[in-house]
Write a protein of this length. Structure first.
Length: 135
């Protein structure tokens, strides 16, 4: 009986802890293909297009972690459909590597059409970049 009660309490605690963990709809990642390493410490800004005014509206700003990732854009609990722009401010990253770059920043525009998770990474070098919809 004691084991059953302890198991139930553990299950309840895990459900409460998991239920309070925020989930996010949008993530990104930067891979520096010239070094084969993640691009750490890059500021990335998220904006949403106001479709009536055609103006970009600030949503959030974050910095890539040691794995070159940002996992915390757009709380999943909100309705996030719309057209978004991620701006990757890469000039300072390349300056820190003592590398000239052609791109001071990279803009990636995309549309969220449902409640699924969107992963929008870039592969990057000083003179080129690419993007795709990841998972």
């Amino acid at each position: 009986m004691k084991k059953i009660i302890l198991s139930m309490l553990l299950g309840l605690a895990l459900n409460i802890a998991y239920g309070q963990t925020p989930t996010y709809q949008l993530s990104t990642h930067i891979l520096d293909v010239s070094s084969g390493m993640p691009a750490t410490g890059v500021t990335v800004q998220l904006e949403k297009l106001n479709e009536k005014t055609k103006a970009w509206v600030y949503v959030d700003k974050n910095v890539t972690d040691e794995q070159g990732r940002i996992k915390t854009f757009l709380d999943q609990k909100q309705q996030n459909r719309g057209i978004y722009k991620l701006t990757f401010f890469v000039k300072d990253y390349f300056l820190s590597k003592k590398t000239e770059t052609f791109y001071p920043f990279v803009d990636v525009v995309f549309e969220i059409q449902d409640n699924k998770h969107y992963h929008v990474p870039i592969t990057l070098s000083a003179f080129g970049y690419s993007t795709y919809r990841g998972n």
